[in-house]
Design a protein around this ligand. Structure first.
Ligand code: NAD
Length: 265
């Protein structure tokens, strides 16, 4: 009887990829999916995954049958992301989901913004998400899987940040929210659901780097949401599980906002 409880969250035998899964938010979500039963591939450009990932891999080996795999990939490389997802899907005969999470932050006002930085942010945060989602959908179609795709955007894709100018980052995330809706429309009749996720500020290596350069940002950010604190990556485990499992089979084209009330303020 107990085994049937919350069976819609059970991911046993499912095959899921998480881009940018080498650390931070991606890794926290990847671990949740693994603990719910999935075989999870963390695809990241880090040459050597962080100690955080190694600890997760050890836990996976001892408690979860080693169902956490790392592969090095740059999401800008369309050919590579296509071939790695094809390899995973042909080995496992399926691909059930992907979280397109890889992204970079960039804080710089529009005037004086370099063209290189503009291209880099858009090519990772937008093109990289486009490449990963499209490569995953091809495999889902080929293997006749009902798939779920979660695009990690940001609350910064919905608002302009006060006191910190990052027009290119914010626009890249707005584009991801819109992409999610269009892909949901394109693939819905093929049983592929697409949603986006808009987190507020989370304590990850990305944000630690912001605080190293600008320590005053922490208190400002904490004061800007209704809970008066930053999120921990683990607070997104439930959202990942919900979006990637059968608990959300009627959700597509949606944008999940999890920001401590920041954008509702
Ligand atoms: P992070 O920097 O800690 O982790 C991002 C991961 O993505 C890293 O492991 C990095 O190596 C990987 N990555 C970057 N570029 C890549 C590329 N070209 N190819 C493959 N992998 C690449 O950051 P995080 O805070 O965990 O962010 C994860 C996602 O969440 C990002 O898309 C970010 O924009 C978004 N987000 C973060 C916050 C926050 O406050 N931390 C808030 C909203 C949205």
């Amino acid at each position: 009887k107990n085994a049937n409880r919350f069976r819609e969250f059970n991911l046993e035998d499912r095959v899921i990829a998480v881009t940018g899964g080498g650390r931070g938010l991606g890794l926290a979500m990847a671990e949740a999916l693994m603990e719910a039963g999935a075989n999870v591939w963390c695809l990241d450009r880090l040459e050597k995954p962080d100690a955080e990932f190694e600890a997760a891999r050890e836990r996976a080996k001892s408690d979860y049958g080693g169902r956490l795999t790392y592969a090095r990939i740059d999401v800008r490389d369309e050919t590579h992301i296509n071939s790695i997802l094809a390899d995973i899907a042909s080995e496992k005969k399926r691909l059930d989901g992907i979280i397109c999470n890889a992204g970079i932050n960039h804080v710089h006002p529009a005037i004086g913004h370099s063209q290189e930085a503009l291209k880099e942010v858009m090519s990772i945060n937008y093109n990289g998400v486009f490449n990963s989602a499209t490569a995953a959908a091809k495999q889902m179609l080929q293997h006749k899987c009902a798939g779920s795709i979660l695009l990690v955007a940001s609350m910064s894709g919905m608002i302009a940040n006060k006191g910190m100018s990052s027009p290119v980052y914010n626009s890249s995330k707005a584009a991801v929210i819109q992409l999610g809706k269009c892909l949901a429309m394109e693939w819905g009749r093929h049983r592929i659901r697409v949603n986006s996720l808009c987190p507020g500020h989370i304590m990850t290596p990305m944000v630690e780097m912001v605080f190293e350069k600008n320590p005053a940002a922490r208190a400002i950010w904490e004061s800007e949401n209704m809970l008066g604190r930053l999120a921990q990556p683990e607070e997104f485990r439930g959202a990942a599980l919900f979006a990637l499992s059968d608990a959300s089979t009627f959700m597509t084209g949606s944008n999940l906002v999890i920001d401590g009330g920041h954008t509702a303020w």
